[in-house]
Write a protein that binds this ligand. Structure first.
Ligand code: 4UW
Length: 573
């Protein structure tokens, strides 16, 4: 068995910012000559040297504004929340925060004010960066979370992406950079060996195997480790693409459409691409035509996508022919399963594209397995990345060693996160003996090439994935219970052609609901209750069904118990 090693151990005494910006940490030298971030709408970009300078000045400006010093206090005293669409400065802002010894907590840009408020309070955020299109939601959330209005700052998006009439006097990243350029240098961080493995760099939110969204403590070393794991895994492909007969290497532009608030966009798309010296073409939000134009205009070669966008590609052939997509050589998909049929449909339109799937979680600081460019097998999530160990176990915890036998996947890796913030119970359930319990059911199969592939066969945990976004049933159930007509409820996923899966609610009516009340009207009122308070991707578009009781029995897993409601014949364990 070939277990590839990393070129060097992920360093544990430096920040993510240093790892990406300082030449001697192994970042690809070509990356210093091109632009790490390019605006997909305007073409505006900053070179690596400019980004370095901006990060430095931004850190100085923020230090003065917030009264923070790099070596004073812990990262938990310096939490900066970000509630924004993707911008050129989103990642540089994280790096500036790291320089200050702080951490970034990115929130989903689709959040309602109440959802953002939860994250602001839970993370202990001291300041909030947002963008003009989201300013009013950000203000409401900050107010309710006790963050003063003068601690709300602006990340710039292209002017035409801002709704008419929205303006603000709040300081922008550029204001801080201008001020910071006049300020003295900051004292460097005095980290000791090991500090980078203990300190949180990003606090992303995930509900894990059950319950409400939780803050996932992602260390500097976690991000560095996965970045190295990905670049090591990709090296053979890079060697293959190296222009024949030259010593020179090549670089490429990749699609930076997926939200940088989610682990896929943050680590796989942004950090790992930049480490390899690629340019990330940043798009603030999804628009099919704008995406295709950005791919064409920036000669993008690698697309990072999620299954619903791939479905759109396969269903809109006539639109595709209007754009020159001939630079594309590969697409990656992940965050939810991609059906074999969809992969085959896409391949028939683009016979030369390598259709590659990756699998991972927020809690594994992203990629666990990925299909190699020359070992593609539709339906497979690929082979294991270097320095990762996977185990498949029975519900009793016994290891399954044979091929094709399903069990729960456990993962051990230097990128497995530090744990959930302030949640011992979830930590005990999820992180055991150095392994992370994924809550995913998987099997190992052997490819004709002899390489072992991982197939995700089911999700055991209580989690719904709508277009790749996490929807926690427990969160929706708690919210539904605040509707006066709901006495009890259970939320499960149902399949959906466009989104992959969507939530559906089973509801037991409250005794106060009169017999004369119309079920359709009541169902709509319950759906509206969600629509008024939750991000759109959480809406109960799978419908509301009324039942007499939610069966409860301690002997079955919560998920199976719920699935039994939907399909009594199939689930009787
Ligand atoms: N097939 C089936 C998949 C797959 C999947 C994820 O929101 P999180 O915490 O994290 C993510 C991570 C996405 C991702 C990781 C690595 C990678 O290479 C890539 O694309 C190239 C994307 O979404 O949700 C984690 C949960 O999402 C499901 C699975 O249930 C997992 O526990 N999931 N990838 N390829 N299911």
């Amino acid at each position: 068995e070939w277990v590839p090693k990393l070129p060097f151990d992920p360093p544990d005494s430096i920040t993510v910012a240093d790892f990406l910006l300082e030449e001697h940490y192994g970042r690809h030298p070509l990356g210093y000559s091109n632009a790490p971030f390019i605006c997909g709408l305007t073409g505006k970009s900053y070179s690596t040297l400019e980004v370095k300078e901006r990060v430095d000045y931004l850190a100085r400006g923020l230090a003065k504004e917030l009264g923070w010093e790099p070596n004073k206090g812990s990262e938990w005293d310096k939490v900066i929340a970000v509630f924004s669409v993707n911008t050129l400065d989103t990642i540089p802002l994280a790096w500036a925060t790291h320089r200050l010894g702080g951490l970034q907590s990115p929130a989903n840009a689709a959040y309602s004010a109440a959802e953002l408020e939860y994250q602001l309070k839970n993370s202990g955020a001291k300041a909030l960066f947002t963008c003009l299109p989201l300013l009013s939601t950000a203000k409401e959330a900050a107010k309710n979370a006790g963050i003063p209005e003068n601690r709300i700052y602006i990340l710039e998006v292209p002017k035409f992406a801002v709704p008419a009439g929205v303006t603000s006097n709040a300081k922008t990243v550029d204001d801080f950079i201008r001020e910071g350029a006049q300020l003295p240098r900051l004292e460097p961080l005095n980290w000791k060996q090991g500090d980078g493995a203990k300190k949180t760099a990003f606090l992303c939110y995930s509900s894990g195997t059950s319950g409400l969204p939780k803050g996932v403590m992602i260390s500097h070393r976690n991000v560095i480790a996965n970045t190295l794991q990905i670049s090591t895994f990709e090296q053979p492909d890079r060697d293959r693409k190296r222009p024949a007969g030259t010593q020179s290497d090549y670089t490429e532009n990749v699609l930076g459409l997926l939200p940088m608030s989610h682990i896929y966009g943050l680590v796989v798309v942004a950090h790992s691409s930049i480490y390899r010296g690629y340019g990330v073409v940043v798009l603030p939000k999804f628009d099919f035509a704008l995406m295709l134009k950005a791919i064409q205009d920036n000669k993008i070669s690698t697309l990072f996508l999620v299954p619903p966008i791939i479905i759109l590609l396969t269903k809109n052939k006539e639109v595709l022919s209007k754009y020159d997509l001939s630079n594309v050589t590969a697409i990656f998909t992940g965050a939810a399963p991609l059906g074999k049929e969809t992969a085959a449909d896409l391949q028939s339109i683009f016979p030369n594209w390598a259709i590659r799937q990756g699998y991972g979680l927020t809690e594994t600081c992203t990629v666990v397995t990925s299909t190699a460019a020359d070992d593609i097998w539709f339906g497979s999530s690929g082979s294991i990345l270097p320095s990762i160990e996977c185990k498949i176990v029975t519900p009793e915890g016994e290891e399954i060693t044979g091929y094709d036998q399903p069990g729960e996947l456990l993962v051990k890796s230097p990128a497995v996160v530090l744990g959930y913030l302030k949640n011992d119970k979830a930590n005990k359930e999820t992180f055991q003996d150095g392994f992370m319990r994924t809550g995913d059911e998987a099997v190992i199969r052997k490819a004709p090439s002899g390489v072992e592939h991982l197939f995700i066969t089911d999700r055991i945990k209580e989690l719904i994935k709508v277009k790749g976004h996490q929807v926690a049933p427990a969160e929706l159930e708690a919210h539904l219970l605040t509707h006066p007509a709901v006495n009890d409820c259970a939320v499960i996923q149902v399949p959906d052609d466009a989104a992959g899966e969507v939530p559906k609610a089973f509801v037991v009516k409250a005794p106060s609901v009169g017999l004369e009340e119309n079920d359709r009207v009541l169902a709509r009122s319950i759906q509206k209750h969600v629509e008024e308070h939750k991000a759109k991707y959480k809406w109960i578009t799978g419908g509301v069904e009324f039942i007499n009781e939610i069966p409860k029995s301690p002997s079955v897993t919560k998920r199976n118990q719920k699935m039994a409601i939907a399909n009594p014949a199939e689930h009787r364990d």
